[in-house]
Design a protein around this ligand. Structure first.
Ligand code: ADP
Ligand code: MG
Length: 221
């Protein structure tokens, strides 16, 4: 997991965000303010432009650059939360030219802990944590069983999609969607949807893609 492969991860994440931009915004229009797809597309595009202008030498530098641009260019709750995610990943990665599978999994876990802390969210609150937490549990379990990083990320991406789908019947307890109370039930969380795309992007780049369907089983309409 070196600078070029992490760059490809972010490129693949952007490609997926761009493809599903309208859907992400549609999900956010049901239980938020209809900006999630637009914000992420613009912000992650700015990240790629920044990486192109100032190519980082180390993985922690890359992750810190991603965090800085996400914080300034994405905006909204998800900008702060994804910014924190990549910043904590950078700190956990440390000054290394490359990360092995376990170190990458640990950095992702540190990112999740940052999101949970900053957002004060736990599993079941109907947020991006509901996709990330089961994904990283699956990743750790697969690596502990001796799976290679590609298959382990594949399992993580499948778990992220299941976690995302599980947000549909949940009542939102955090963020803008929580203002809707019971009316948030029946809608897929936009942040869990983009977070599942982030993990799917890693599986794609690291060799074992999932069918990256974006979900969307809106039962309320
Ligand atoms: P905003 O709500 O500011 O418009 P976005 O639309 O970009 O931000 O992102 C909304 C997503 O952010 C939600 O779908 C949810 O997954 C995530 N989110 C919002 N608040 C929190 C929180 N406190 N903790 C974790 N995730 C959150
Ligand atoms: Mg929004």
């Amino acid at each position: 997991m070196d600078v070029p492969s992490l760059t490809r991860w972010i490129q693949e994440f952007h490609r997926a965000i761009a493809v599903h931009k309208a859907l992400l915004t549609q999900l956010d229009s049901a239980i938020g303010d209809a900006d999630h797809g637009i914000n992420l597309d613009r912000g992650v595009q700015a990240v790629l432009a920044a990486l192109d202008t100032h190519p980082p030498a180390q993985v922690c530098e890359l992750l810190r650059d991603v965090a800085t641009t996400v914080l300034s260019a994405v905006g909204g709750a998800s900008g702060a939360l994804y910014g924190t995610f990549f910043l904590r990943m950078a700190t956990a990665a440390g000054p290394q030219p490359a990360l092995g599978g376990v170190a990458f999994a640990q950095a992702l876990r540190a990112g999740l802990q940052g999101v949970a802390q900053r957002g004060k969210a736990v599993v079941g609150d109907k947020t991006m944590v509901d996709a990330l937490a089961p994904a990283l549990d699956a990743l750790d379990a697969a690596l502990a069983e001796g799976a290679g990083l590609g298959p382990a990320l594949h399992r993580a991406a499948v778990a992220a999609q299941a976690g995302r789908d599980a947000t549909v019947p949940m009542l939102a307890r955090k963020g803008r969607a929580s203002f809707l109370g019971e009316r948030s039930i029946g809608h897929q969380d936009p942040g869990a949807t983009s977070a599942a795309l982030l993990i799917a992007a890693a599986a794609t780049v690291f060799g074992d893609p999932v069918f990256a369907d974006p979900g969307f089983t809106d039962t309320v309409g």
